[in-house]
Design a protein around this ligand. Structure first.
Ligand SMILES: CC(C)(COP(=O)(O)OP(=O)(O)OC[C@H]1O[C@@H](n2cnc3c(N)ncnc32)[C@H](O)[C@@H]1OP(=O)(O)O)[C@@H](O)C(=O)NCCC(=O)NCCS
Length: 214
Protein backbone atom coordinates (compact mmCIF):
# COMPACT_ATOMS: atom_id res chain seq x y z
CA UNK A 1 0.00 0.00 0.00
CA UNK A 2 1.55 3.31 -1.07
CA UNK A 3 0.43 5.92 1.41
CA UNK A 4 1.48 9.09 3.13
CA UNK A 5 1.87 8.61 6.89
CA UNK A 6 1.75 11.53 9.29
CA UNK A 7 2.16 11.44 13.05
CA UNK A 8 0.45 13.89 15.41
CA UNK A 9 1.41 14.28 19.07
CA UNK A 10 -1.55 14.84 21.42
CA UNK A 11 -1.98 17.21 24.35
CA UNK A 12 -4.67 17.58 27.00
CA UNK A 13 -5.99 20.67 25.19
CA UNK A 14 -9.31 21.19 23.43
CA UNK A 15 -7.84 20.70 19.95
CA UNK A 16 -6.80 17.16 20.87
CA UNK A 17 -10.29 16.05 22.04
CA UNK A 18 -11.26 14.45 18.68
CA UNK A 19 -7.86 12.78 18.52
CA UNK A 20 -8.34 11.18 21.95
CA UNK A 21 -11.68 9.87 20.67
CA UNK A 22 -9.91 8.43 17.62
CA UNK A 23 -7.29 6.79 19.86
CA UNK A 24 -10.01 5.20 22.03
CA UNK A 25 -11.82 3.87 18.97
CA UNK A 26 -8.69 2.38 17.38
CA UNK A 27 -7.83 0.80 20.74
CA UNK A 28 -11.26 -0.86 20.89
CA UNK A 29 -11.10 -1.97 17.24
CA UNK A 30 -7.72 -3.64 17.81
CA UNK A 31 -7.38 -4.33 21.54
CA UNK A 32 -8.02 -8.08 21.50
CA UNK A 33 -4.60 -9.15 20.15
CA UNK A 34 -5.22 -7.06 17.04
CA UNK A 35 -8.96 -7.89 16.74
CA UNK A 36 -11.94 -5.83 17.93
CA UNK A 37 -13.27 -6.16 21.45
CA UNK A 38 -17.05 -6.63 21.92
CA UNK A 39 -19.02 -3.38 21.53
CA UNK A 40 -20.46 -3.52 25.07
CA UNK A 41 -16.91 -3.36 26.49
CA UNK A 42 -15.71 -0.28 24.59
CA UNK A 43 -16.41 2.17 27.39
CA UNK A 44 -14.60 0.30 30.14
CA UNK A 45 -11.82 -0.73 27.76
CA UNK A 46 -11.14 2.93 26.95
CA UNK A 47 -11.25 3.79 30.66
CA UNK A 48 -8.64 1.15 31.44
CA UNK A 49 -6.26 1.49 28.49
CA UNK A 50 -6.51 5.08 27.20
CA UNK A 51 -7.91 7.36 29.90
CA UNK A 52 -4.84 7.03 32.20
CA UNK A 53 -2.59 8.32 29.42
CA UNK A 54 -4.91 11.27 28.74
CA UNK A 55 -5.05 12.14 32.43
CA UNK A 56 -1.47 11.44 33.51
CA UNK A 57 0.82 11.68 30.46
CA UNK A 58 -1.22 13.50 27.86
CA UNK A 59 1.66 14.70 25.69
CA UNK A 60 3.14 11.21 25.22
CA UNK A 61 0.39 9.84 22.99
CA UNK A 62 0.57 9.90 19.20
CA UNK A 63 -1.91 9.28 16.38
CA UNK A 64 -0.88 8.05 12.94
CA UNK A 65 -2.78 9.28 9.90
CA UNK A 66 -2.62 7.44 6.58
CA UNK A 67 -4.00 9.43 3.68
CA UNK A 68 -5.81 11.65 6.19
CA UNK A 69 -7.50 8.90 8.29
CA UNK A 70 -6.50 8.05 11.89
CA UNK A 71 -5.30 4.44 11.64
CA UNK A 72 -2.93 3.85 14.55
CA UNK A 73 -1.83 5.17 17.92
CA UNK A 74 0.90 4.89 20.49
CA UNK A 75 0.35 5.66 24.18
CA UNK A 76 3.35 5.93 26.44
CA UNK A 77 5.02 7.69 29.31
CA UNK A 78 8.64 8.55 30.06
CA UNK A 79 8.61 7.60 33.77
CA UNK A 80 6.81 4.34 34.49
CA UNK A 81 7.50 4.31 38.24
CA UNK A 82 5.84 7.69 38.79
CA UNK A 83 3.07 6.86 36.30
CA UNK A 84 2.24 3.60 38.11
CA UNK A 85 1.96 5.37 41.45
CA UNK A 86 -0.31 8.13 40.10
CA UNK A 87 -2.24 5.58 38.03
CA UNK A 88 -3.24 3.62 41.12
CA UNK A 89 -4.56 6.70 42.92
CA UNK A 90 -6.20 8.62 40.09
CA UNK A 91 -7.35 5.86 37.72
CA UNK A 92 -7.35 2.39 39.30
CA UNK A 93 -9.03 3.27 42.62
CA UNK A 94 -12.06 5.05 41.05
CA UNK A 95 -12.40 2.23 38.53
CA UNK A 96 -12.20 -0.43 41.25
CA UNK A 97 -15.06 1.36 43.03
CA UNK A 98 -17.17 1.44 39.87
CA UNK A 99 -16.33 -2.19 39.08
CA UNK A 100 -17.31 -3.45 42.52
CA UNK A 101 -20.24 -1.14 43.44
CA UNK A 102 -21.04 1.00 40.41
CA UNK A 103 -21.69 1.12 36.69
CA UNK A 104 -19.28 -1.72 35.74
CA UNK A 105 -20.29 -4.15 38.48
CA UNK A 106 -21.98 -6.50 35.98
CA UNK A 107 -19.00 -6.49 33.62
CA UNK A 108 -16.60 -9.42 33.99
CA UNK A 109 -13.78 -7.38 32.44
CA UNK A 110 -14.26 -4.65 35.04
CA UNK A 111 -14.32 -7.16 37.87
CA UNK A 112 -11.14 -8.78 36.57
CA UNK A 113 -9.48 -5.34 36.41
CA UNK A 114 -10.50 -4.74 40.04
CA UNK A 115 -9.24 -8.16 41.19
CA UNK A 116 -5.91 -7.63 39.46
CA UNK A 117 -5.51 -4.08 40.76
CA UNK A 118 -6.17 -5.35 44.29
CA UNK A 119 -3.71 -8.26 43.80
CA UNK A 120 -6.49 -10.86 44.18
CA UNK A 121 -5.71 -12.22 40.70
CA UNK A 122 -2.38 -12.38 38.88
CA UNK A 123 -2.03 -9.81 36.07
CA UNK A 124 0.21 -10.25 33.01
CA UNK A 125 2.78 -7.94 34.58
CA UNK A 126 2.79 -9.79 37.90
CA UNK A 127 3.38 -13.09 36.10
CA UNK A 128 6.98 -11.99 35.56
CA UNK A 129 9.57 -12.57 38.31
CA UNK A 130 9.58 -9.87 40.98
CA UNK A 131 13.24 -8.94 40.27
CA UNK A 132 12.44 -8.14 36.64
CA UNK A 133 9.28 -6.20 37.55
CA UNK A 134 11.27 -4.09 39.94
CA UNK A 135 14.37 -3.58 37.76
CA UNK A 136 12.77 -2.98 34.35
CA UNK A 137 11.02 0.37 34.98
CA UNK A 138 14.23 1.64 36.59
CA UNK A 139 16.66 0.50 33.88
CA UNK A 140 14.17 1.27 31.05
CA UNK A 141 11.97 4.06 32.49
CA UNK A 142 9.63 4.68 29.56
CA UNK A 143 6.96 2.27 28.35
CA UNK A 144 4.46 2.13 25.51
CA UNK A 145 1.38 0.46 24.02
CA UNK A 146 0.50 0.68 20.35
CA UNK A 147 -2.01 -0.64 17.82
CA UNK A 148 -2.60 -0.18 14.11
CA UNK A 149 -5.91 -0.81 12.32
CA UNK A 150 -5.91 -4.21 10.56
CA UNK A 151 -6.15 -2.77 7.03
CA UNK A 152 -3.08 -0.60 7.57
CA UNK A 153 -0.67 -3.06 9.21
CA UNK A 154 2.69 -3.86 7.66
CA UNK A 155 2.82 -0.66 5.68
CA UNK A 156 5.11 1.35 7.94
CA UNK A 157 2.55 2.97 10.29
CA UNK A 158 3.83 1.26 13.45
CA UNK A 159 7.45 2.02 12.59
CA UNK A 160 6.66 5.72 12.09
CA UNK A 161 4.84 5.88 15.46
CA UNK A 162 7.65 4.11 17.29
CA UNK A 163 10.40 6.20 15.73
CA UNK A 164 8.63 9.44 16.60
CA UNK A 165 8.11 8.35 20.23
CA UNK A 166 11.73 7.20 20.60
CA UNK A 167 13.03 10.45 19.05
CA UNK A 168 10.98 12.48 21.56
CA UNK A 169 12.15 10.29 24.46
CA UNK A 170 15.80 10.79 23.40
CA UNK A 171 15.28 14.53 23.20
CA UNK A 172 13.84 14.43 26.75
CA UNK A 173 16.96 12.55 27.97
CA UNK A 174 15.18 9.23 28.66
CA UNK A 175 17.75 6.40 28.42
CA UNK A 176 15.58 3.40 27.56
CA UNK A 177 12.06 2.05 26.98
CA UNK A 178 10.26 -1.25 27.65
CA UNK A 179 6.95 -2.91 26.85
CA UNK A 180 5.00 -6.15 27.30
CA UNK A 181 3.36 -7.81 24.30
CA UNK A 182 1.95 -11.05 22.90
CA UNK A 183 3.86 -13.30 20.49
CA UNK A 184 2.65 -11.81 17.17
CA UNK A 185 4.29 -8.35 17.41
CA UNK A 186 7.66 -9.64 18.73
CA UNK A 187 9.21 -9.65 15.20
CA UNK A 188 8.09 -6.03 14.73
CA UNK A 189 9.78 -4.93 17.96
CA UNK A 190 12.94 -6.96 17.21
CA UNK A 191 13.14 -5.34 13.79
CA UNK A 192 13.00 -1.97 15.55
CA UNK A 193 15.93 -2.81 17.83
CA UNK A 194 14.17 -4.21 20.92
CA UNK A 195 15.58 -7.28 22.66
CA UNK A 196 13.55 -9.83 24.56
CA UNK A 197 14.28 -9.98 28.29
CA UNK A 198 11.81 -12.66 29.40
CA UNK A 199 8.60 -14.43 28.46
CA UNK A 200 5.86 -16.00 30.57
CA UNK A 201 2.52 -17.71 29.89
CA UNK A 202 -0.59 -15.94 31.21
CA UNK A 203 -3.80 -17.98 31.08
CA UNK A 204 -2.21 -20.02 28.26
CA UNK A 205 -1.01 -17.00 26.23
CA UNK A 206 2.65 -15.97 25.95
CA UNK A 207 3.62 -12.49 27.14
CA UNK A 208 7.05 -11.08 26.24
CA UNK A 209 9.03 -8.37 28.02
CA UNK A 210 10.90 -6.29 25.42
CA UNK A 211 13.46 -3.54 25.97
CA UNK A 212 15.32 -0.94 23.93
CA UNK A 213 18.24 1.32 24.88
CA UNK A 214 17.75 4.74 23.29
C1 LIG B 1 2.47 -4.68 15.86
C2 LIG B 1 2.00 -3.47 15.06
C3 LIG B 1 1.80 -2.29 16.01
C4 LIG B 1 3.09 -3.14 14.04
O1 LIG B 1 2.67 -2.04 13.27
P1 LIG B 1 2.73 -2.14 11.68
O2 LIG B 1 2.29 -0.84 11.13
O3 LIG B 1 1.97 -3.34 11.24
O4 LIG B 1 4.29 -2.38 11.44
P2 LIG B 1 5.21 -1.80 10.26
O5 LIG B 1 4.48 -1.89 8.98
O6 LIG B 1 5.75 -0.47 10.62
O7 LIG B 1 6.44 -2.82 10.33
C5 LIG B 1 6.32 -3.98 9.63
C6 LIG B 1 7.52 -4.87 9.87
O8 LIG B 1 7.56 -5.33 11.21
C7 LIG B 1 7.60 -6.73 11.19
N1 LIG B 1 6.25 -7.18 11.58
C8 LIG B 1 5.22 -6.42 11.92
N2 LIG B 1 4.18 -7.17 12.32
C9 LIG B 1 4.57 -8.41 12.20
C10 LIG B 1 3.95 -9.64 12.45
N3 LIG B 1 2.69 -9.72 12.95
N4 LIG B 1 4.63 -10.77 12.19
C11 LIG B 1 5.88 -10.69 11.70
N5 LIG B 1 6.54 -9.55 11.45
C12 LIG B 1 5.89 -8.41 11.72
C13 LIG B 1 7.96 -7.15 9.79
O9 LIG B 1 9.37 -7.12 9.65
C14 LIG B 1 7.35 -6.06 8.98
O10 LIG B 1 8.01 -5.80 7.77
P3 LIG B 1 7.47 -6.51 6.43
O11 LIG B 1 6.00 -6.26 6.37
O12 LIG B 1 8.25 -5.81 5.36
O13 LIG B 1 7.81 -7.96 6.61
C15 LIG B 1 0.68 -3.75 14.29
O14 LIG B 1 0.93 -4.80 13.38
C16 LIG B 1 -0.50 -4.11 15.17
O15 LIG B 1 -1.18 -3.22 15.65
N6 LIG B 1 -0.75 -5.41 15.37
C17 LIG B 1 -1.92 -5.90 16.11
C18 LIG B 1 -1.96 -5.46 17.55
C19 LIG B 1 -0.64 -5.63 18.28
O16 LIG B 1 -0.06 -6.71 18.29
N7 LIG B 1 -0.19 -4.54 18.90
C20 LIG B 1 1.01 -4.51 19.69
C21 LIG B 1 0.65 -4.56 21.12
S1 LIG B 1 2.08 -4.19 22.11
Amino acid sequence: MNQQIEIERLTDGVTSVPLWTAVREICCRTGNDGAAIPAERWEIFGRIWIEPYRLLASDWTYVAFANGAAVGYLTGCPDTVSFARRHFIHCALPLIGQSVFGRYRHDGYGRRFARQALWLERSALRSFPWALRRALPRSHPAHLHMNVDADYRRSGVGTHLLQRYCDDLRRAGIPAVHLFCGAAPVPFYRRNGFRELAAVAVRGHPVHAMALDL
